[in-house]
Design a protein around this ligand. Structure first.
Ligand SMILES: *Cc1c(COP(=O)(O)O)cnc(C)c1O
Ligand SMILES: [Zn+2]
Length: 412
């Protein structure tokens, strides 16, 4: 474990552990609905502590976190594979392509990394209830990890979330509160709930350890790849995964392990693109009526917009927009060329790679890492519309000629 302080991303005020829990107490007075969170806190370590860790050659991402091992929740996270995606690279037109397959976390998404750390914090604080709002994955991951730790969870989620995610939440025994409204509505309700009734709130960016937990994905990429890739392509909703990956590389840099940062490419859906517009225009406005099949990146007011844009600028990265049609196609391409079945938001990273290559933002001779953030089984309805299941055949060997004709037909 590393000792740390919190630093406000707006006024730079620093807070010792336990003197601030969520946002900067000063800057968060300017919070109101429709604006990204003001005063998101970052976890700051001392350069000397990071260098000690580097000297120990620690490649365990958990050593790089601000929590004592005694509070680690039982359901472990991370250690997901980084795959060399040769066939996909050829198809997409990039020389060296890797896929970080984070759908293989215990509840099937990268969100487990954040939930795990915040639940660890709840155990440290002896909070028995943990509260969150989510488009679905943060909720299903919170429900699972809270269950493993014996904590109660109260979860606000849009009633329109994919059925599998709602089932995941409920089967783990969470108090699920489906909201007849948007993710942004659920976010506001969950904040009001903890203000009135207590418990620890895990909302993304609102709890600073969400960023720090997601950082472990970036550390793993580094330890698995053993070099700094040129670009990492990341699907973006609230912008916390993006900040987490950036934080990993900043910590590695401060530790003296690397001498440059990868460019981060933020992929947004064309009708859920507040961070993209903020990045290109320098003026913030929320996305009115966000709308995309990639439900996990559908958000009107991205809570972490300020830090996300800063991560893009510091890393010399950029944003790209992709359409639902591209996501649908690339979900199938990803599965057919690499065997990875990703939910739509996760498949969006492949569409983003293609878009980046087309616009010249990524060059074909670079080393790229695609972050595949969630498992395809979380939303089979979308995938179902891209395939067709043949009619059943009779269990009769004379029918096999017709099967063989069909197989040969697709091979020729
Ligand atoms: C949450 C999520 C994202 C986006 O992460 P943000 O931190 O909101 O930007 C992308 N893909 C999947 C599968 C997710 O669950
Ligand atoms: Zn502040």
């Amino acid at each position: 474990m590393l000792t740390f302080r919190y630093r406000c991303s707006i006024c730079n005020a620093e807070y010792e552990r336990d003197t601030a829990r969520y946002l900067c107490p000063v800057c968060s007075r300017n919070n109101w609905r429709g604006l990204p969170l003001q005063g998101v806190l970052e976890v700051i370590y001392s350069e000397s502590d990071l260098r000690i860790l580097a000297n120990k050659q620690s490649t365990n991402p958990l050593d790089w976190l601000p929590i004592e091992p005694e509070f680690y929740p039982p359901l472990s996270i991370g250690n997901t594979p980084l795959l060399a995606a040769k066939r996909l690279g050829v198809d997409a037109g990039v020389r060296s392509l890797f896929v970080k397959y984070d759908g293989l976390n215990p509840s099937g998404s990268l969100k487990d990394r954040a939930s795990w750390l915040v639940i660890g914090e709840a155990l440290r604080l002896r909070e028995s209830t943990i509260v969150a709002a989510s488009t679905g994955n943060a909720a299903s991951s919170l429900a699972a990890i809270a269950a493993s730790a014996g904590l109660q969870s109260v979860i606000f989620v849009p009633a329109s979330a994919p059925l599998a995610k709602l089932v995941q939440i409920a089967i783990c025994g969470a108090h699920i509160v489906p909201v007849a409204g948007s993710y942004d509505d659920a976010f506001a309700l969950s904040l009001a709930y903890t203000e009135q009734f207590g418990g620890l709130n895990r909302n993304t960016a609102y709890h600073p350890l969400t960023i720090e937990g997601k950082k472990t994905a970036g550390l793993e990429i580094h330890f698995q790849l053993g070099q700094v890739p040129d670009v990492i392509i990341i699907p973006v909703g609230d912008g916390v995964i993006l900040s987490g990956i950036h934080k990993a590389y900043r910590d590695l840099h401060l530790a003296g392990i690397i001498d440059r940062l990868p460019r981060l490419i933020a992929v947004q859906a064309e009708h859920s693109a507040a961070i993209h517009h903020f990045f290109v225009s320098n003026e913030y406005s929320s996305q009115s009526n966000p709308n995309t099949i990639a439900d996990s990146i559908s958000v009107s007011t991205p809570s972490n917009a300020y830090l996300a844009v800063r991560a893009l600028r510091e890393s010399h990265g950029c944003t790209v927009l992709v359409s639902d049609e591209e996501i649908r196609i690339d979900q199938k391409v990803l599965a057919e060329t690499s065997g990875i079945f990703a939910e739509p938001a996760a498949a969006a990273s492949l569409s983003g790679l293609k878009q980046g290559l087309k616009l010249g933002l990524i060059s074909p001779d670079e080393t790229a890492v695609l972050l595949v953030t969630g498992h395809g089984l979380k939303d089979i309805a979308t995938a179902q519309s891209s395939i067709s299941l043949p009619e059943p055949i009779q269990p009769d060997p004379t029918r096999l000629d017709a099967v063989y004709d069909r197989v040969r037909g697709t091979r020729d």
